[in-house]
Design a protein around this ligand. Sequence first.
Ligand code: GUN
Ligand code: ZN
Length: 516
Amino acid sequence: MRDHFEIRDGDLAGRIGRLTVPRAGVTVETPALLPVVNPNIDTIPPAKLESEFGAEILITNSYIIKKNDHLREEALDVGLHEMLDFDGAIMTDSGSFQLAEYGEIDTTTEEILQFQRDIGTDIATPVDIPTPPDVDREQAEDELEVTKQAIADAETADTGDMLVNAPVQGSTYPDLREAAGRHASASDLDVFPVGAVVPMMNAYRYDDMVDAVAAAKRGLGVDAPVHLFGAGHPMMLALAVALGCDLFDSAAYALYARDGRYLTVRGTEHLEDLDYLPCTCPICTEYSPDDLRAAGSKRQEKLLAEHNLHVTFAELRRIKQAIRDGNLLELVEERARSHPTMLDGYRALLDHADQLEREDPASKGAFFYASNESAHRPEVRRHHARMDRLTAEGHVLLTEGGTPSGDTFDATWRVVPPFGPFPRALSETYPLTAEVPERLDRDAYEQAATGVSRLVEENPDATFTLAHDDWPKTALERVPESVELESLSDVSERLADANPSDEDATTSALDAATDE
Ligand code: GUN
Ligand code: ZN
């Protein structure tokens, strides 16, 4: 346990938490968005970020402040909170991003941490190296050593009650990301940003971002508060929260506004292309696209920035409610439809289903089957893993339908795609209460067949008949040869013939079981 971060509720690896920031004397609810405040440009005043948008924390750059005589003197003189007029928590970055952009900076971890402390920063950052994606392994390893040294320097620095970030680098090497996460987590620093994902997001490489974050999380462990550095587009927040990221910062709301871009949860639009504003925020209800286009450039930038922040905060609230309701994955799935590269990100997330499964609550509201990807959700893996704890004896009928009384089997189990078989007693337990469409896809049947195969493997002494409703060949191929296959209608007919007086009972029992 880390005493400054408490996890209150969770869904998948996503969680609602509380980050206590002692120097600011505040507690921040996570997932949280840290609007980036450029100390040189006052797009939206920080006081307004707090009062109108509900920002509890923001991020600014100590290196930019230090390099500007006027800002430096003012920050040292009155402190960051007064300078920016913001009472919440303030995180500052160190100049690492400038290092990545321009190749060098003239400060050290020791010096910039001291400066951050002097200006009243609440959460500080050492000088890590944001290693870009796809560099050769030697560069990734060498630069990771420098980042580890920065973490070590930060541990020995005199930082008082200021929290300090321990950034996780490692480029696109999952093993390096994981090792970096483990190293950072073992330090006595406080918050754990996953770094250098901006180039991946700029190139729409959401699948690579997912792999980098999942690897970092394996090393960091569950209880570490995790920041995704430079990420804050509303389209990808649900995906990142589902992976277990708690803090986000984004300059996108302001940078995009500067060149007429309008953020939505489905992607970015250009104001010049919009005939309608698909949003109910105060800006979009008051102005039409023509109004915004007719506004002077400064005013247009400010109004677009406000809209951009409104949608981003609204998405964060939607995500938190989804965590409370236990349907975060349904939200991720919806967002995955906004862009093919987001779908890649979602599919990459499901590749880590086993990792997510370890943190996912065992019971939630309802499982909605909304696409073939749903067949690969952690709950399906968990059901398959459960087969080794389920005992089947004698000759067992596995059926998608029901069975008449007086049947010839020792037991009847239901089979529900995508999960597979289970004894009837489990019918009312999550996730077997899933809402599944009538028109299922191949993945659902294939996963159900995998479940059947697991059950058969675990119970070598039992024999099985599978009564299936026209499963595709690719699914039936996964069922072990020892299982007798019958179509659901043949089984029903045969059992009805065996009990002619019971024909009505057969039909009604089948209906009842199907309706369950
Ligand atoms: N901002 C965006 N990415 C990074 C990163 O990797 N490190 C730091 N310090 N700041 C960032
Ligand atoms: Zn709006």
